[in-house]
Every structure is written in C-alpha cells, then in structure tokens.
Write a protein that binds this ligand. Sequence first.
Ligand code: AMP
Length: 214
Amino acid sequence: MQNVIVLFGKPGAGKGTRLSEFLKTTDKKFNILSVGNMLRQARADNTELGLKAARYMDSGELLPDHIINGIVVDGMKTSTETVISDGFPRSVGQAQAMLDAGIIPIVIDFHVEDDLVIQRARDRIVCENRACGETYTINDFKPPIVEGICDKCGSHLVRRSDDDPEVVKNRLEVYREQTIPVLELMERYGAKVYTIDNSDSKKSMIEFTKLMNG
Ligand code: AMP
C-alpha cells in the first residue's frame, strides 16, 4: 500500500491552493484525491452521484459516509502512487473506514481563523473547466495573471455556489462538529500530524513545500 497524506483543516483553509502551488514545483507523481472536485465533476456530468450530492453541497452539509467511503478508501488502497487526500476523512465514520483498511496517514493540519476563511471564500474564484479546477484568490497570494481567465487552461473563472457567506458559516459549523474529532482519532491510531499556520500564504507555502519534499 502507498503512503497517504491527508490535508486537514477548515473548508476554505487554503489546502487546495497550497497543493496546486506545490504541484507546479515538483516532478514527483502523486495520486490526488479531492472529494470536493470529484463531486463537482459528478454534478457537472449530471451523474447519479452528482444529483445526490447537490443538496448537501449547496447547504454546506457532508454527504453520508456510505456514499463517500467506498470510493475514496478503494482509491487509497489501490493507488500505485503516494496519495494526497484533500477533503477526506471529514467525519469519524470516514476516518474509521480508512483506519480499518490499515491506512495510517501522514496528516498536514492547516490552521486559519474563521474570519479569514469567510474572507477567502468571498475572494475565491475557480476555473469553470471541471477538468482543470484551478483555484484563485483575488486579494491574496494567488490572483490570475489575466483577470477572469484561468492561467492554466484559458477557461473563464467563476464563483463557487457554496462560497455564499451563509453556506460558509454552516460549513465551518459542520467542520467543528463532525470533522475536528477526526484528528484525535487518526492520532490515536498513530498518524503523525504536522501543523501549518496558513494565515500567511508565503510562509506556509515554504513550510508545506519542505514537508512534502521531506
Ligand atoms: P470542498 O471542495 O472540499 O470544500 O467540498 C465541497 C462539498 O463537497 C462539501 O461542502 C460537502 O458537501 C462535499 N464533500 C467534500 N468532501 C466530503 C467528504 N469527505 N464527505 C462528505 N461530503 C464531502
């Protein structure tokens, strides 16, 4: 089984942004598992999973574990490359399914204050091309070179529907209630946890790169 690196932290903590920046600097091959991107793709394709996902995503709730666990844990078990998991596990049931499969991950826990999450969600724009999915923050470390256009693939940049301030507040509440206990559970099973303060993008990028290359 391959190593699994879990990117942990509040929704909107900047995990995906740090990851996409890091991937530009490395030749190493990783298997990136992003449940959020997978679900957004399923919605764009109007698949059964996408149709089920819509109401959860639009209100900031988590999809039930039985829908998510099989897809992600199987992907982790069968991967031939180191897995980077962005957005899983997010509930105790998900973490338990992963740990029961014998996967003890390395965890990178990104810290930011709620106010910054709310501000970043307000400033976030994403590539409308689901196959690309690049993320930008207009007032932060990572604006696009040409306003409204994706640097990577040239498609238009749009806002995410779940970046609405009310939905963001609910996602933070869900994180506190359902996701925070996951960290303790993974540690109890021997997962090594590294913490990064992600309020300063440049500093945290240096730390993240060091960890990923270490
Ligand atoms: P994200 O892009 O990671 O913030 O995820 C967007 C939305 O997808 C979340 O608000 C949830 O509705 C859903 N989602 C993402 N990851 C998970 C997960 N591990 N379990 C359940 N739902 C998820």
